[in-house]
Design a binder for this molecule. Structure first.
Ligand code: MG
Length: 380
């Protein structure tokens, strides 16, 4: 199977406002067309991408490497057909036709459309209409319509390549009015079109406010936060240390107000840092006797919970412990498992590393243990 994406970007639509067609307008730091392309480039099932542009735009557009460009026609159907004809000799077996004005399309929706083509010649996403439907004249409601069985069509619409090319050729030969989309062309050719659930977020930029909605979607997907944390505790009397939630026998203990788990404290600070929520001392002041001797997993659970309340999920955690002794290597898997249990993350998203400081400095003299941590959070 060789799968192509055909991006229709030949329109001159101005309903979206601005002084240029919407595909060239800026959206969340890039152009509409760039966002749409990047979604298809991120889909591993797509082998080939072709963009159909207005003839006036072809010269000025510099396509990213590996992406073809061809000139569209006078109508949307003519533009799609031009793209299909340009793909004909390339051994394509599946094609997804997508409107450039849907820049919030996701690689997962793309994958679902392609998967549906295993079961039939045509498949397209759609969302059931949930609002009441009215007819309106002169800003007055003149009637209601039954919404039963009504769906809002989306793209990408997927087809077996030879089938949709033949359907478009037949449509052009018959000189019919411009169809609403490629599903209409397919149905006119007698094809069965399977409907799969669309995404509410896969909106089409048509009117000026749609830019704001699309921008919120795209910025949300990009909202990644990084935080770092650093902590030190000094050795004192004792027979064990707590490190990353694991009790390790040692000839000395770590001193601190709580259980002095330097690893967990650094991780807390990394998460608080990513959230711009200060540090562990702000949330659990050492002056407050209720935290005395507290097991530090309570602090880390608080940091994780705060991230979740603020709309973020933790993508990964990375921690480095700095000490000569105890040796961390034999305990690192257990620490990883303990951190997974405390945070609810899968173990594969938690890294526990250690280093010595080559006998230099306070860690080298074994006066204490230092820990550095990094947390990456993504908007959920
Ligand atoms: Mg500490």
């Amino acid at each position: 199977m060789t799968c192509a994406a055909l991006i229709v970007a030949a329109g001159r639509g101005t309903r979206a406002g601005g002084d240029m067609p919407k595909q060239w307008q800026a959206l969340a730091g890039a152009r509409v067309i760039d966002w749409t392309l990047s979604a298809f480039r991120a889909a591993p099932e797509i082998d080939h991408i072709i963009i159909v542009l207005h003839p006036d735009d072809i010269k000025s557009y510099i396509a990213p490497d590996g992406i073809d460009v061809t000139a569209g026609g006078a109508t949307r159907a003519a533009s799609v057909r031009a793209g299909l004809e340009a793909l004909e000799a390339r051994g394509i077996t599946r094609v997804l036709v997508h409107d450039v004005a849907r820049p919030c399309v996701t690689p997962s929706l793309i994958a679902r459309v392609i998967a549906a083509l295993e079961h039939g010649p045509a498949a397209a996403p759609a969302v059931p209409v949930s609002d009441a439907l009215w007819t309106v004249e002169d800003a007055r409601v003149t009637g209601t319509r039954d919404r039963t069985g009504l769906y809002r069509a989306q793209t990408p619409q997927g087809f077996h390549f030879d089938t949709i090319l033949a359907a478009h050729r037949a449509h052009a030969a018959e000189n019919k009015p411009d169809p609403a989309d490629d599903v209409a062309v397919a149905r006119a050719a007698g094809l069965d079109v399977m409907v799969l659930p669309g995404d509410e977020t896969n909106l089409k930029i048509t009117h000026p406010p749609d830019f704001k909605r699309a921008e919120a979607q795209l910025r949300g997907a990009m909202d990644i936060r990084i935080g770092n944390g650093y902590d030190v505790h000094r050795f004192g009397p004792g027979d064990h240390v707590m490190l990353c939630g694991v009790k390790i026998p040692h000839e000395r203990g770590l001193q601190g107000h709580s259980d002095a788990d330097v690893g967990l404290h650094a991780l807390c600070d990394a998460i608080y840092g990513a959230l711009a929520e200060g540090d562990i001392g702000r949330h659990f002041p050492p002056s407050d006797p209720q935290w005395k001797g507290m097991e530090s997993h309570v602090f880390l659970r608080h940091a994780v919970q705060l991230a979740s309340e603020k709309g973020y999920k933790i993508s990964n955690l990375d921690i480095t412990l700095v000490c000569e002794h105890p040796k961390i290597g034999p305990h690192s898997a257990q620490m990883q498992a303990a951190l997974a249990q405390i945070t609810g993350l899968e173990a594969g998203r938690i890294s526990v590393k250690a280093t010595t400081s080559e006998r230099l400095g306070f860690t080298g003299r074994e006066e204490g243990i230092a820990a550095l941590a990094t947390a990456a959070l993504v908007a959920s």
